[in-house]
Design a protein around this ligand. Structure first.
Ligand code: SF4
Length: 698
């Protein structure tokens, strides 16, 4: 029971997806508390969540539509967008347009944008900044399980006896889940935590064991673990025999000598032995992985190397066991559910599966279902640069700061005749290229659903009025869809109607056969949607919600219902090059992405007030750099000046810089601008953690 005037909603930052109680005050402030009734956080919030009330001011907001720099009415703006898209398609075909979306968007926004592009425009050139976040996990899940399914849930971390965190600074990046883990450890001190990370992060400091692995040594590490599982006779032969395929081939393909293992991982024989012994001898193991795994040219193989070890031991789908992907953004999972990636269809269906294509096409009454997968994020911007794409609609994201090779993103946007930007902010590094700006609603103003890392769907609810002429993202798309001529398919009047259609599609002719099915909500009324409590999928129609973990019964989503062991390749360990450092990029505790919201909070800005570059003491001394000096990083594509933070927590030859800061005035001031767009071959995810830079005192 909460006070009248208090709204239950969900935090807009990380993939933990904490429930928030927001109470608008008479003085215009909004008081924020954690929602004790939300199963993700049970009342806890981290610093970012607690400061949400400080981030709601309207300074810098985009409040009215603009076309070619002039404020116009909505009708004129929407007519203009529909006309530009239609004429571009008529002249150059459906693949000459693209949408670039965001894990900040609500599921309803994502659904409708994908419906318009994939079903009615007839191209799958719709991708999302989630490509930069977790697409290697999606590819890894699909290779192993036959579908992008997260097997476990948050409780598994509390039930485990060993939690392995790979490439995850959970203390800063998924703080409330880390609080839950530490609370479990306090109750059961025998719960061991191992952190595998090149840096000695805050999380590593709190772990029982930190393995300061070489960047991209993870495939070798987990291939070595698979060999150790075999050598120790800890293979669950019944599980492997009954429910998996490809075990012998994977074991053969992943043979690695001790010498090579040490070379690839940079770890000592004693460190390897300690970790392997812990893993082999502990039944209840959860292996969590995040951007250190995903943002790599071998990200998908890393995911599969981890999953291989869980399949070999049968430690999946059971309480306290399993591989577990920590999603970065609040709704990267919701985007996945509605086909937010260029190679997926709605409701976790596949672009390349004819049965799925027919089902979606019939359900939508789509005249023009995209015939093939579309361009993934980096490829999309490359096609923009070469002129193949002539109209791009960007919603809720700032690719000029988040994508690698920013100089090419700038050239691509400058080269595009029609750039439509739906955003809450008036001036961003990306919107300087916009020919059309459409004002969107922000957190506290918009209404819809998000899905967190454990497949839990929660409501974000509005508790503030829409400012100026700002409208929800789904409304932007629906109105343009209607003006393009697709009146019946886009006549939605509310987010609830879109959610109901999305749920109906997920259950359409499914008979409980697919993993993602929330058909129970197909007929949801406005009132029921408004009152919707957090739930985990699947929830098929006429079925009790019973599945909290997948694969407990050993049945997967592959054709033969067996999980696939995937042979994984070792990453070639290229040296950074003479005079170069490895540039690792990431987050700090109290800022989020490009600081659109968190930059407004004095409390959050007090944690780390300016961008910095963390440098190993040995490198600093070699280069004559002292603490708080300004240092110059050069990458060959751009250069930036940052404040030096000299530390013993980073390896010699490496530097770390957070990705949040940039300048709207210059296109090349973000840290990601320095990184080359090398991609994982399976997922298309860029390797944002392995740039190459020179370092000197400025
Ligand atoms: Fe928000 Fe994530 Fe913090 Fe929870 S842990 S309050 S979802 S930022």
């Amino acid at each position: 029971m909460v006070d009248s005037g208090t709204i239950r909603t969900t935090c807009p930052y990380c993939g933990v997806g904490c429930g928030v109680l927001a109470t608008p005050q008479q003085n215009g402030h909004v008081s924020i508390e954690g929602d004790p009734g939300h199963p993700a956080n049970y009342g806890r919030l981290c610093s970012k969540g607690n400061a949400l009330g400080e981030t709601l001011g309207l300074d810098g907001r985009l409040l009215y539509p603009e076309v070619d720099g002039k404020t116009v009415g909505w009708d004129q703006a929407l007519d203009h967008v529909a006309h530009k898209l239609n004429t571009t398609i008529q002249k150059h075909g459906p693949d000459s347009v693209g949408f670039y979306l965001s894990g900040q968007m609500l599921t309803e926004d994502y659904y409708i944008a994908n419906k318009l592009m994939k079903g009615f425009i007839g191209s799958a050139n719709v991708d999302t900044n989630s490509r930069l976040c977790m697409s290697s996990t999606v590819a890894g899940h699909k290779r192993a399980f036959g579908a992008d399914t997260v097997p476990g849930n948050y409780e598994d971390l509390e039930h485990a006896d060993l939690v392995v965190l790979v490439g995850s600074n959970m203390t800063w990046c998924h703080p409330v889940l880390f609080q839950r883990l530490m609370a479990a450890k306090e109750q059961r001190p025998g719960l061991n935590i191992v952190v595998i990370d090149p840096r000695r992060t805050k999380t590593a400091e709190l772990a029982n064991l930190h393995l300061p692995i070489k960047p991209d040594g993870d495939v070798a590490l987990f291939n070595g673990l698979l060999q150790r599982i075999v050598a120790s006779q800890m293979v669950d032969t019944n599980y492997v025999g009954d429910h998996t395929t490809g075990f012998a081939a994977a074991v053969n393909a992943t043979q690695i000598s001790q010498k090579e293992l040490i070379k690839q991982t940079g770890l000592s024989a004693a460190q390897l032995d300690e970790f392997y012994s812990l893993f082999v001898n502990t039944e209840k193991v959860v292996t969590c992985f995040s951007q250190g795994v995903n943002q790599s040219t071998s990200g998908t193989d890393k995911v599969n190397a981890i999953i291989n070890c869980h399949l070999a031991t049968g430690r999946i789908g059971r309480k306290g066991m399993g591989p577990f992907s920590l999603t970065g953004q609040p709704n990267a999972m919701g985007g996945r559910e509605v086909g937010g990636l260029a190679n997926m269809l709605a409701a976790h269906m596949d672009m390349e599966n004819q049965e799925h294509r027919t089902l979606v096409q019939e359900f939508w009454g789509a005249p023009n279902l995209a015939p093939k997968p579309g361009l993934k994020a980096v490829e999309l911007f490359r096609a923009l640069k070469t002129g193949k794409i002539k109209a791009l609609w960007i919603m809720g994201t700032n690719p000029m700061v988040s994508l690698p090779e920013t100089e090419n993103v700038a050239k691509a946007l400058a080269n595009c005749p029609t750039v439509i930007v739906s955003d809450i902010m008036a001036d961003t590094a990306t919107s300087q290229f916009a020919t059309v700006k459409l004002p969107a609603l922000g957190w506290g103003e918009k209404s819809g659903t998000v899905t967190n890392s454990e497949r839990r769907v929660s409501r974000q609810r509005a508790f503030l009025p829409a400012p100026g002429e700002a409208r929800p993202d789904w409304w932007h798309v629906a109105e343009v869809g209607k003006k393009m001529g697709f009146v019946d398919a886009f006549s939605f009047k509310s987010a609830a109607e879109i959610f109901a259609e999305h749920a109906a599609l997920s259950g359409h002719k499914n008979d409980g056969k697919r993993d993602f099915d929330i058909g129970a909500y197909a007929d949801v009324s406005e009132a029921a949607y408004d009152a919707l409590s957090p739930f985990q999928w699947p929830q098929p129609k006429n079925a009790e919600p019973s599945i909290t973990r997948f694969f407990a019964n050993g049945s997967f989503y592959t054709k033969d219902k067996r999980a696939n062991f995937v042979p994984t390749r070792l990453q070639s360990q290229t040296k950074p090059g003479r005079g170069k450092q490895v540039l690792n990029t990431g987050r700090v505790r109290d800022h989020w992405h490009t600081m659109t919201r968190t930059g407004k909070s004095p409390t959050l800005s007090g944690h780390i007030a300016e961008p910095y570059c963390e440098i190993a003491r040995s490198d600093a001394s070699r280069l004559g750099i002292e603490s708080a000096d300004l240092v110059l990083l050069r990458s060959g594509r751009t250069e930036i000046i940052l404040r030096a933070l000299i530390s013993d927590k980073i390896q010699t030859g490496h530097v770390f810089a957070p990705m949040h800061w940039s300048s709207n005035l210059s296109s090349l001031t973000s840290v990601n601008a320095m990184v080359k767009a090398d991609l994982d071959p399976h997922s298309g995810q860029p390797a944002l953690k392995s740039g190459r830079v020179t370092l000197e005192r400025a």
